[in-house]
Design a protein around this ligand. Structure first.
Ligand code: ATP
Ligand code: MG
Length: 509
Protein backbone atom coordinates (compact mmCIF):
# COMPACT_ATOMS: atom_id res chain seq x y z
CA UNK A 1 0.00 0.00 0.00
CA UNK A 2 1.28 3.46 -0.82
CA UNK A 3 1.87 5.70 2.13
CA UNK A 4 -0.75 8.43 2.58
CA UNK A 5 0.50 12.00 2.49
CA UNK A 6 -0.78 13.76 5.61
CA UNK A 7 -3.11 16.72 5.06
CA UNK A 8 -1.09 18.51 7.74
CA UNK A 9 2.41 17.73 8.97
CA UNK A 10 3.65 19.57 12.01
CA UNK A 11 7.38 19.20 12.59
CA UNK A 12 9.33 20.32 15.61
CA UNK A 13 7.01 23.24 16.34
CA UNK A 14 7.52 25.27 19.52
CA UNK A 15 5.74 28.29 20.91
CA UNK A 16 6.17 30.20 24.12
CA UNK A 17 4.44 33.14 25.73
CA UNK A 18 6.99 34.90 27.90
CA UNK A 19 8.16 32.28 30.36
CA UNK A 20 5.37 29.81 29.49
CA UNK A 21 6.40 27.15 26.98
CA UNK A 22 2.99 26.32 25.50
CA UNK A 23 4.31 23.93 22.83
CA UNK A 24 7.68 22.31 22.75
CA UNK A 25 9.08 20.51 19.68
CA UNK A 26 5.73 19.08 18.63
CA UNK A 27 5.64 16.77 15.61
CA UNK A 28 2.33 15.26 14.51
CA UNK A 29 0.31 14.40 11.40
CA UNK A 30 -3.34 14.95 10.49
CA UNK A 31 -4.98 12.93 7.70
CA UNK A 32 -7.95 13.38 5.42
CA UNK A 33 -10.91 11.09 5.90
CA UNK A 34 -10.11 10.90 9.58
CA UNK A 35 -11.42 12.39 12.82
CA UNK A 36 -8.52 12.98 15.16
CA UNK A 37 -9.17 13.73 18.83
CA UNK A 38 -6.51 15.99 20.31
CA UNK A 39 -6.29 15.30 24.02
CA UNK A 40 -4.44 16.85 26.91
CA UNK A 41 -4.94 18.38 30.31
CA UNK A 42 -5.98 22.00 30.71
CA UNK A 43 -3.07 24.16 29.66
CA UNK A 44 -1.25 21.38 27.82
CA UNK A 45 -1.09 23.48 24.65
CA UNK A 46 -3.89 22.10 22.46
CA UNK A 47 -5.45 25.42 21.58
CA UNK A 48 -2.09 27.08 21.04
CA UNK A 49 -0.94 24.35 18.64
CA UNK A 50 -4.12 24.53 16.60
CA UNK A 51 -4.04 28.34 16.64
CA UNK A 52 -0.74 28.09 14.77
CA UNK A 53 -2.49 26.15 12.02
CA UNK A 54 -5.26 28.76 11.98
CA UNK A 55 -2.84 31.65 11.59
CA UNK A 56 -3.58 33.19 14.97
CA UNK A 57 -0.12 32.53 16.39
CA UNK A 58 3.16 32.04 14.56
CA UNK A 59 5.56 29.27 15.69
CA UNK A 60 8.86 30.26 17.34
CA UNK A 61 10.47 27.37 15.49
CA UNK A 62 9.55 24.34 13.38
CA UNK A 63 7.78 23.68 10.09
CA UNK A 64 4.26 23.05 8.86
CA UNK A 65 3.45 21.26 5.60
CA UNK A 66 0.07 20.94 3.89
CA UNK A 67 -0.28 17.94 1.59
CA UNK A 68 3.48 17.49 1.73
CA UNK A 69 4.31 21.07 0.77
CA UNK A 70 5.92 23.35 3.31
CA UNK A 71 3.87 26.47 4.01
CA UNK A 72 4.00 29.68 6.02
CA UNK A 73 0.78 30.50 7.85
CA UNK A 74 1.14 34.10 8.91
CA UNK A 75 -2.51 35.14 9.21
CA UNK A 76 -6.02 33.69 9.37
CA UNK A 77 -6.32 34.57 5.68
CA UNK A 78 -3.31 32.36 4.87
CA UNK A 79 -5.00 29.55 6.78
CA UNK A 80 -8.24 29.98 4.84
CA UNK A 81 -6.33 30.00 1.56
CA UNK A 82 -4.81 26.66 2.56
CA UNK A 83 -8.22 25.23 3.38
CA UNK A 84 -7.81 25.34 7.16
CA UNK A 85 -10.77 26.49 9.24
CA UNK A 86 -10.99 26.61 13.02
CA UNK A 87 -14.01 26.85 15.31
CA UNK A 88 -12.78 28.52 18.47
CA UNK A 89 -13.55 27.95 22.14
CA UNK A 90 -14.98 31.45 22.29
CA UNK A 91 -17.07 32.36 19.27
CA UNK A 92 -16.11 35.31 17.14
CA UNK A 93 -19.42 36.37 15.61
CA UNK A 94 -20.90 39.84 15.35
CA UNK A 95 -24.15 39.83 17.34
CA UNK A 96 -26.09 42.45 15.44
CA UNK A 97 -25.49 40.87 12.03
CA UNK A 98 -27.35 37.97 10.46
CA UNK A 99 -25.92 34.50 9.90
CA UNK A 100 -25.31 35.23 6.21
CA UNK A 101 -23.68 38.60 6.95
CA UNK A 102 -21.34 36.99 9.45
CA UNK A 103 -20.46 34.21 7.06
CA UNK A 104 -19.38 36.55 4.25
CA UNK A 105 -17.85 39.15 6.58
CA UNK A 106 -14.34 40.11 5.51
CA UNK A 107 -14.45 38.27 2.21
CA UNK A 108 -13.10 40.04 -0.84
CA UNK A 109 -15.25 41.00 -3.79
CA UNK A 110 -18.76 42.37 -4.13
CA UNK A 111 -21.26 41.38 -1.53
CA UNK A 112 -24.18 39.45 -2.99
CA UNK A 113 -26.20 38.35 0.00
CA UNK A 114 -28.75 36.50 -2.12
CA UNK A 115 -26.10 34.34 -3.73
CA UNK A 116 -24.45 33.89 -0.36
CA UNK A 117 -27.71 32.67 1.17
CA UNK A 118 -28.04 30.16 -1.66
CA UNK A 119 -24.56 28.76 -1.07
CA UNK A 120 -25.21 28.62 2.66
CA UNK A 121 -28.34 26.57 2.03
CA UNK A 122 -26.36 24.23 -0.25
CA UNK A 123 -23.70 23.68 2.40
CA UNK A 124 -26.37 23.04 5.02
CA UNK A 125 -28.15 20.53 2.81
CA UNK A 126 -24.93 18.73 1.95
CA UNK A 127 -23.98 18.02 5.54
CA UNK A 128 -27.24 18.23 7.46
CA UNK A 129 -27.01 21.62 9.18
CA UNK A 130 -29.97 23.80 10.02
CA UNK A 131 -29.28 27.53 9.64
CA UNK A 132 -31.55 30.42 8.78
CA UNK A 133 -29.24 32.79 6.84
CA UNK A 134 -31.41 35.78 7.78
CA UNK A 135 -31.50 35.19 11.51
CA UNK A 136 -29.60 37.64 13.71
CA UNK A 137 -26.86 36.18 15.88
CA UNK A 138 -28.29 37.64 19.09
CA UNK A 139 -31.47 35.66 18.53
CA UNK A 140 -29.59 32.37 18.33
CA UNK A 141 -28.92 29.62 20.82
CA UNK A 142 -25.31 28.68 21.49
CA UNK A 143 -25.69 25.64 19.29
CA UNK A 144 -27.02 27.73 16.39
CA UNK A 145 -24.12 30.16 16.74
CA UNK A 146 -21.72 27.28 16.58
CA UNK A 147 -23.40 26.01 13.43
CA UNK A 148 -22.90 29.44 11.87
CA UNK A 149 -19.21 29.27 12.75
CA UNK A 150 -18.87 25.89 11.09
CA UNK A 151 -20.79 26.93 7.98
CA UNK A 152 -18.60 30.04 7.85
CA UNK A 153 -15.39 28.06 7.55
CA UNK A 154 -16.94 25.62 5.05
CA UNK A 155 -18.12 28.60 3.00
CA UNK A 156 -14.52 29.71 2.79
CA UNK A 157 -13.62 26.32 1.37
CA UNK A 158 -12.11 24.69 4.45
CA UNK A 159 -11.38 21.01 4.11
CA UNK A 160 -9.20 20.81 7.18
CA UNK A 161 -11.48 21.56 10.12
CA UNK A 162 -10.39 22.15 13.67
CA UNK A 163 -13.00 22.30 16.43
CA UNK A 164 -11.86 23.48 19.84
CA UNK A 165 -14.14 21.96 22.50
CA UNK A 166 -17.26 22.30 20.38
CA UNK A 167 -19.42 20.26 22.73
CA UNK A 168 -18.50 22.06 25.94
CA UNK A 169 -21.49 24.29 25.29
CA UNK A 170 -23.91 21.79 23.76
CA UNK A 171 -26.59 19.54 25.19
CA UNK A 172 -26.11 15.81 24.59
CA UNK A 173 -28.77 15.95 21.86
CA UNK A 174 -27.05 18.86 20.10
CA UNK A 175 -23.72 17.06 20.37
CA UNK A 176 -25.17 13.99 18.67
CA UNK A 177 -26.38 16.19 15.81
CA UNK A 178 -22.95 17.77 15.47
CA UNK A 179 -21.27 14.38 15.44
CA UNK A 180 -23.53 13.21 12.61
CA UNK A 181 -22.45 16.26 10.61
CA UNK A 182 -18.77 15.68 11.39
CA UNK A 183 -19.03 12.05 10.28
CA UNK A 184 -20.56 13.21 6.99
CA UNK A 185 -17.62 15.54 6.51
CA UNK A 186 -15.11 12.86 7.30
CA UNK A 187 -16.74 10.51 4.82
CA UNK A 188 -16.53 13.37 2.35
CA UNK A 189 -12.74 13.26 2.76
CA UNK A 190 -12.22 16.21 5.06
CA UNK A 191 -9.59 16.16 7.79
CA UNK A 192 -11.13 16.85 11.18
CA UNK A 193 -9.47 17.62 14.49
CA UNK A 194 -11.63 17.82 17.58
CA UNK A 195 -10.45 18.94 20.98
CA UNK A 196 -12.58 17.58 23.81
CA UNK A 197 -12.29 16.55 27.44
CA UNK A 198 -15.23 14.17 27.29
CA UNK A 199 -13.89 10.66 26.97
CA UNK A 200 -17.14 9.08 25.85
CA UNK A 201 -17.17 11.50 22.90
CA UNK A 202 -13.63 10.58 22.01
CA UNK A 203 -14.66 6.95 21.96
CA UNK A 204 -17.87 7.54 20.02
CA UNK A 205 -16.52 9.92 17.39
CA UNK A 206 -12.81 9.75 16.72
CA UNK A 207 -10.71 7.38 14.64
CA UNK A 208 -7.44 8.21 16.34
CA UNK A 209 -6.32 10.08 19.45
CA UNK A 210 -3.21 12.22 19.87
CA UNK A 211 -2.02 13.33 23.29
CA UNK A 212 -0.21 16.47 24.44
CA UNK A 213 1.26 16.80 27.91
CA UNK A 214 2.76 20.04 29.21
CA UNK A 215 3.25 21.24 25.64
CA UNK A 216 4.93 18.08 24.40
CA UNK A 217 3.61 15.50 21.99
CA UNK A 218 3.27 12.20 23.84
CA UNK A 219 1.93 9.92 21.12
CA UNK A 220 -1.12 8.64 19.31
CA UNK A 221 -3.33 5.53 19.32
CA UNK A 222 -6.16 4.22 17.20
CA UNK A 223 -9.28 4.98 19.23
CA UNK A 224 -10.51 1.41 18.93
CA UNK A 225 -7.57 -0.01 20.88
CA UNK A 226 -7.25 2.55 23.65
CA UNK A 227 -9.29 3.01 26.83
CA UNK A 228 -10.39 5.91 28.98
CA UNK A 229 -7.88 4.82 31.60
CA UNK A 230 -4.99 4.64 29.12
CA UNK A 231 -5.83 8.02 27.58
CA UNK A 232 -6.02 9.60 31.03
CA UNK A 233 -2.71 8.10 32.10
CA UNK A 234 -1.06 9.37 28.91
CA UNK A 235 -2.44 12.86 29.45
CA UNK A 236 -1.46 13.09 33.09
CA UNK A 237 1.77 11.12 32.89
CA UNK A 238 0.98 8.83 35.80
CA UNK A 239 -1.80 6.41 36.71
CA UNK A 240 -4.92 8.30 37.78
CA UNK A 241 -7.80 6.83 39.72
CA UNK A 242 -11.12 7.31 37.96
CA UNK A 243 -13.22 6.45 40.99
CA UNK A 244 -15.59 8.77 42.77
CA UNK A 245 -16.11 8.26 46.48
CA UNK A 246 -19.47 8.49 48.13
CA UNK A 247 -18.82 8.74 51.85
CA UNK A 248 -21.90 8.09 53.99
CA UNK A 249 -23.50 11.40 55.06
CA UNK A 250 -22.54 12.27 58.62
CA UNK A 251 -25.46 13.42 60.78
CA UNK A 252 -27.52 15.01 57.97
CA UNK A 253 -29.99 17.71 59.08
CA UNK A 254 -32.43 19.72 57.00
CA UNK A 255 -30.64 22.88 55.86
CA UNK A 256 -32.76 24.15 53.01
CA UNK A 257 -36.46 23.53 52.57
CA UNK A 258 -37.96 24.30 49.19
CA UNK A 259 -41.75 24.25 49.08
CA UNK A 260 -44.08 24.60 46.12
CA UNK A 261 -41.64 26.83 44.31
CA UNK A 262 -43.08 28.20 41.08
CA UNK A 263 -41.27 30.39 38.58
CA UNK A 264 -42.39 31.86 35.28
CA UNK A 265 -40.05 33.32 32.68
CA UNK A 266 -40.51 36.72 31.06
CA UNK A 267 -42.91 35.28 28.49
CA UNK A 268 -45.09 33.91 31.28
CA UNK A 269 -44.15 30.29 30.67
CA UNK A 270 -43.85 28.11 33.77
CA UNK A 271 -40.22 27.09 34.33
CA UNK A 272 -40.62 25.64 37.83
CA UNK A 273 -43.92 24.11 38.79
CA UNK A 274 -44.55 23.57 42.52
CA UNK A 275 -41.10 22.15 43.19
CA UNK A 276 -40.61 20.83 46.72
CA UNK A 277 -37.63 19.12 48.36
CA UNK A 278 -35.28 19.33 51.31
CA UNK A 279 -31.50 19.61 51.06
CA UNK A 280 -29.64 18.25 54.08
CA UNK A 281 -26.33 19.26 55.59
CA UNK A 282 -23.55 16.80 54.90
CA UNK A 283 -25.31 15.46 51.83
CA UNK A 284 -25.03 15.84 48.09
CA UNK A 285 -28.36 16.27 46.36
CA UNK A 286 -27.90 15.72 42.64
CA UNK A 287 -30.26 17.43 40.21
CA UNK A 288 -30.77 15.58 36.95
CA UNK A 289 -32.73 16.71 33.95
CA UNK A 290 -32.52 17.50 30.27
CA UNK A 291 -30.92 20.88 29.85
CA UNK A 292 -33.51 23.64 30.34
CA UNK A 293 -35.79 21.66 32.64
CA UNK A 294 -35.62 24.31 35.35
CA UNK A 295 -32.16 23.68 36.83
CA UNK A 296 -30.98 27.23 36.29
CA UNK A 297 -34.18 28.81 37.61
CA UNK A 298 -34.08 26.59 40.69
CA UNK A 299 -30.52 27.50 41.70
CA UNK A 300 -31.07 31.14 40.89
CA UNK A 301 -34.30 31.26 42.90
CA UNK A 302 -32.48 29.86 45.94
CA UNK A 303 -29.68 32.39 45.48
CA UNK A 304 -32.13 35.27 45.20
CA UNK A 305 -31.39 35.95 41.55
CA UNK A 306 -34.74 34.86 40.16
CA UNK A 307 -38.19 36.36 40.54
CA UNK A 308 -40.52 33.72 41.94
CA UNK A 309 -44.26 33.50 41.60
CA UNK A 310 -45.09 31.47 44.68
CA UNK A 311 -43.63 29.03 47.15
CA UNK A 312 -40.91 29.31 49.75
CA UNK A 313 -37.22 28.60 50.26
CA UNK A 314 -36.40 28.29 53.94
CA UNK A 315 -32.90 28.29 55.38
CA UNK A 316 -32.63 26.33 58.62
CA UNK A 317 -29.84 27.31 61.03
CA UNK A 318 -27.94 24.84 63.21
CA UNK A 319 -30.10 25.83 66.19
CA UNK A 320 -33.29 25.23 64.24
CA UNK A 321 -34.06 28.90 63.55
CA UNK A 322 -35.79 29.27 60.21
CA UNK A 323 -35.31 32.10 57.79
CA UNK A 324 -37.17 32.70 54.55
CA UNK A 325 -34.87 33.42 51.61
CA UNK A 326 -37.48 34.51 49.07
CA UNK A 327 -37.55 38.29 49.05
CA UNK A 328 -34.03 38.65 50.44
CA UNK A 329 -31.44 40.19 48.20
CA UNK A 330 -28.68 38.03 46.73
CA UNK A 331 -25.96 39.61 48.86
CA UNK A 332 -27.85 38.88 52.07
CA UNK A 333 -28.37 35.28 50.98
CA UNK A 334 -24.69 34.95 50.16
CA UNK A 335 -23.79 36.28 53.58
CA UNK A 336 -25.85 33.52 55.16
CA UNK A 337 -23.43 31.07 53.57
CA UNK A 338 -25.26 30.18 50.37
CA UNK A 339 -22.70 30.02 47.55
CA UNK A 340 -23.69 29.72 43.92
CA UNK A 341 -21.23 28.57 41.32
CA UNK A 342 -22.95 28.39 37.99
CA UNK A 343 -20.52 27.75 35.19
CA UNK A 344 -22.07 29.46 32.19
CA UNK A 345 -21.74 28.29 28.61
CA UNK A 346 -19.52 31.26 27.95
CA UNK A 347 -17.06 30.90 30.77
CA UNK A 348 -15.65 34.38 30.52
CA UNK A 349 -19.10 35.89 30.18
CA UNK A 350 -20.01 35.67 33.82
CA UNK A 351 -18.37 35.76 37.17
CA UNK A 352 -14.81 36.66 36.25
CA UNK A 353 -13.26 39.85 34.99
CA UNK A 354 -10.95 38.94 32.14
CA UNK A 355 -8.55 41.82 32.49
CA UNK A 356 -8.16 41.46 36.23
CA UNK A 357 -5.63 39.10 37.74
CA UNK A 358 -6.37 36.10 39.91
CA UNK A 359 -6.09 37.86 43.26
CA UNK A 360 -8.45 40.65 42.20
CA UNK A 361 -10.97 38.12 40.95
CA UNK A 362 -10.86 36.41 44.32
CA UNK A 363 -11.33 39.76 46.00
CA UNK A 364 -14.59 40.24 44.12
CA UNK A 365 -15.88 37.20 45.92
CA UNK A 366 -14.43 37.66 49.40
CA UNK A 367 -15.36 41.31 49.38
CA UNK A 368 -18.95 40.47 48.53
CA UNK A 369 -19.21 37.74 51.12
CA UNK A 370 -18.52 40.36 53.77
CA UNK A 371 -18.34 39.37 57.40
CA UNK A 372 -20.39 36.21 57.77
CA UNK A 373 -19.03 33.76 60.35
CA UNK A 374 -18.34 31.37 57.49
CA UNK A 375 -16.28 33.79 55.49
CA UNK A 376 -12.71 32.92 54.70
CA UNK A 377 -10.98 35.79 56.48
CA UNK A 378 -7.55 35.08 55.21
CA UNK A 379 -7.92 37.51 52.38
CA UNK A 380 -8.16 37.31 48.64
CA UNK A 381 -4.51 36.67 47.99
CA UNK A 382 -4.62 33.65 50.21
CA UNK A 383 -7.77 32.42 48.47
CA UNK A 384 -6.07 32.85 45.11
CA UNK A 385 -3.05 30.94 46.38
CA UNK A 386 -5.13 28.08 47.70
CA UNK A 387 -7.23 27.83 44.51
CA UNK A 388 -4.07 27.76 42.42
CA UNK A 389 -2.52 25.14 44.63
CA UNK A 390 -5.49 22.87 45.30
CA UNK A 391 -6.75 22.85 41.74
CA UNK A 392 -3.30 22.97 40.17
CA UNK A 393 -4.20 26.04 38.11
CA UNK A 394 -1.35 26.47 35.68
CA UNK A 395 -0.48 30.17 35.65
CA UNK A 396 2.78 32.10 35.62
CA UNK A 397 1.65 33.88 38.78
CA UNK A 398 -1.16 35.38 40.81
CA UNK A 399 -0.74 38.62 38.88
CA UNK A 400 -1.60 37.05 35.51
CA UNK A 401 -4.77 38.44 33.92
CA UNK A 402 -7.44 35.76 33.80
CA UNK A 403 -7.84 36.17 30.05
CA UNK A 404 -4.35 34.76 29.47
CA UNK A 405 -5.14 31.47 31.20
CA UNK A 406 -6.21 28.42 29.21
CA UNK A 407 -9.96 27.77 29.07
CA UNK A 408 -9.91 25.06 31.69
CA UNK A 409 -7.81 27.04 34.06
CA UNK A 410 -10.24 29.96 33.90
CA UNK A 411 -12.89 27.54 35.00
CA UNK A 412 -10.95 26.15 37.93
CA UNK A 413 -10.68 29.71 39.21
CA UNK A 414 -14.42 30.20 38.84
CA UNK A 415 -15.39 27.04 40.70
CA UNK A 416 -12.55 27.15 43.20
CA UNK A 417 -13.51 30.65 44.25
CA UNK A 418 -16.97 29.53 45.43
CA UNK A 419 -15.75 26.32 47.05
CA UNK A 420 -13.06 28.06 49.05
CA UNK A 421 -15.56 30.64 50.32
CA UNK A 422 -16.49 28.09 53.02
CA UNK A 423 -20.26 28.03 52.38
CA UNK A 424 -22.95 26.15 54.33
CA UNK A 425 -24.96 25.56 51.16
CA UNK A 426 -23.08 25.02 47.92
CA UNK A 427 -25.13 25.34 44.76
CA UNK A 428 -23.06 24.15 41.88
CA UNK A 429 -24.01 23.77 38.24
CA UNK A 430 -21.87 22.38 35.44
CA UNK A 431 -18.80 22.56 37.69
CA UNK A 432 -16.64 20.49 35.34
CA UNK A 433 -17.70 22.08 32.06
CA UNK A 434 -14.52 22.34 29.99
CA UNK A 435 -12.32 20.75 32.65
CA UNK A 436 -9.89 17.99 31.84
CA UNK A 437 -10.58 14.60 33.29
CA UNK A 438 -8.00 14.86 36.05
CA UNK A 439 -9.29 18.26 37.19
CA UNK A 440 -12.87 17.01 37.00
CA UNK A 441 -12.03 14.29 39.49
CA UNK A 442 -10.27 16.89 41.64
CA UNK A 443 -13.50 18.90 41.66
CA UNK A 444 -15.58 15.84 42.61
CA UNK A 445 -13.16 15.31 45.43
CA UNK A 446 -13.42 18.93 46.58
CA UNK A 447 -17.21 18.69 46.52
CA UNK A 448 -17.03 15.53 48.61
CA UNK A 449 -14.81 17.28 51.10
CA UNK A 450 -17.38 20.08 51.35
CA UNK A 451 -20.02 17.47 52.06
CA UNK A 452 -17.86 15.91 54.77
CA UNK A 453 -17.52 19.33 56.37
CA UNK A 454 -21.30 19.40 56.68
CA UNK A 455 -22.11 21.59 53.69
CA UNK A 456 -25.45 20.96 51.99
CA UNK A 457 -24.46 20.47 48.37
CA UNK A 458 -26.86 20.81 45.46
CA UNK A 459 -25.10 19.51 42.39
CA UNK A 460 -26.42 20.07 38.87
CA UNK A 461 -24.49 18.09 36.30
CA UNK A 462 -24.71 16.79 32.76
CA UNK A 463 -22.87 13.50 33.07
CA UNK A 464 -25.38 11.00 34.46
CA UNK A 465 -22.75 8.41 35.39
CA UNK A 466 -20.98 10.96 37.55
CA UNK A 467 -24.21 12.35 38.99
CA UNK A 468 -25.24 8.90 40.17
CA UNK A 469 -21.81 8.07 41.57
CA UNK A 470 -21.51 11.33 43.48
CA UNK A 471 -25.01 12.03 44.79
CA UNK A 472 -26.62 10.68 47.95
CA UNK A 473 -30.03 11.46 46.53
CA UNK A 474 -31.00 12.42 43.00
CA UNK A 475 -33.88 14.74 42.25
CA UNK A 476 -35.03 14.55 38.66
CA UNK A 477 -36.58 17.56 36.97
CA UNK A 478 -38.75 17.24 33.89
CA UNK A 479 -40.39 20.27 32.36
CA UNK A 480 -40.02 22.24 35.60
CA UNK A 481 -41.57 19.54 37.80
CA UNK A 482 -40.02 17.02 40.12
CA UNK A 483 -40.56 13.74 38.31
CA UNK A 484 -38.87 11.65 40.98
CA UNK A 485 -36.35 11.43 43.80
CA UNK A 486 -34.01 8.44 43.77
CA UNK A 487 -31.45 7.02 46.14
CA UNK A 488 -27.97 7.56 44.69
CA UNK A 489 -26.75 4.22 45.98
CA UNK A 490 -29.31 2.19 44.06
CA UNK A 491 -30.44 4.37 41.12
CA UNK A 492 -29.55 3.26 37.60
CA UNK A 493 -28.86 5.43 34.59
CA UNK A 494 -31.93 4.01 32.86
CA UNK A 495 -34.21 4.92 35.76
CA UNK A 496 -32.89 8.48 35.85
CA UNK A 497 -33.07 8.79 32.07
CA UNK A 498 -36.67 7.64 32.08
CA UNK A 499 -37.67 10.19 34.71
CA UNK A 500 -35.88 12.92 32.76
CA UNK A 501 -38.28 12.45 29.88
CA UNK A 502 -41.36 11.55 31.91
CA UNK A 503 -43.90 13.87 30.42
CA UNK A 504 -46.19 15.55 32.90
CA UNK A 505 -44.31 14.17 35.91
CA UNK A 506 -46.58 14.00 38.92
CA UNK A 507 -46.11 16.94 41.20
CA UNK A 508 -46.87 15.07 44.39
CA UNK A 509 -44.18 12.45 44.03
N1 ATP B 1 -2.03 34.60 24.72
C1 ATP B 1 -1.40 33.99 25.72
N2 ATP B 1 -0.59 34.66 26.55
C2 ATP B 1 0.06 34.06 27.56
N3 ATP B 1 -0.04 32.75 27.85
C3 ATP B 1 -0.83 32.00 27.07
C4 ATP B 1 -1.57 32.57 25.98
N4 ATP B 1 -2.28 31.59 25.38
C5 ATP B 1 -2.02 30.45 26.08
N5 ATP B 1 -1.14 30.69 27.08
C6 ATP B 1 -0.61 29.70 28.03
O1 ATP B 1 -0.10 28.60 27.28
C7 ATP B 1 -0.43 27.36 27.92
C8 ATP B 1 -1.21 26.49 26.97
O2 ATP B 1 -2.50 27.04 26.80
P1 ATP B 1 -3.59 26.45 25.82
O3 ATP B 1 -4.71 27.42 25.79
O4 ATP B 1 -2.96 26.10 24.54
O5 ATP B 1 -4.01 25.12 26.60
P2 ATP B 1 -5.15 24.06 26.27
O6 ATP B 1 -4.49 22.72 26.17
O7 ATP B 1 -5.96 24.51 25.12
O8 ATP B 1 -6.02 24.07 27.62
P3 ATP B 1 -7.63 23.97 27.89
O9 ATP B 1 -7.98 22.54 27.85
O10 ATP B 1 -7.76 24.50 29.28
O11 ATP B 1 -8.33 24.81 26.88
C9 ATP B 1 -1.19 27.72 29.19
O12 ATP B 1 -0.27 27.72 30.26
C10 ATP B 1 -1.70 29.12 28.92
O13 ATP B 1 -1.85 29.84 30.11
MG1 MG C 1 -7.94 25.15 24.95
Amino acid sequence: MEKRVPAVSIRNVSKSFGRVQANSHVSMDIYRGEILALLGENGSGKTTLMNMLAGIYFPDEGHIAIDGREVVIASPRDAYDLGIGMIHQHFKLVDVLTAAENIVLGLKGRLDLKAASRRIREICDAYGFEVDPNQKIYDMSVSQKQTVEIVKVLYRGADILILDEPTAVLTPQESDKLFAVLRNMRNDGKAIVIITHKMHEVKALSDRVAVLRKGEYIGDRPTAVTSEQEMTNLMVGRPVSLNIERPAPHDPKPRLEVKDLTVRNEEGIVRLDHVSFTANSGEILGIAGISGSGQKELLEAIAGLQVTESGSVTYIEDDGRREELIGKDPLAIQEMGVALSFVPEDRLGMGLVANMDLTDNMMLRTFRSGHSPFTDRKGPRHVAESVVEELEVSTPGLGTPVRQLSGGNVQKVLVGREITSAPTVLLTAYAVRGLDINSSYTIYDLINRQKEKGVAVIYVGEDLDVLIELSDRILVLCGGRVSGVLDGGTATKEEVGLLMTKLGGDRNE
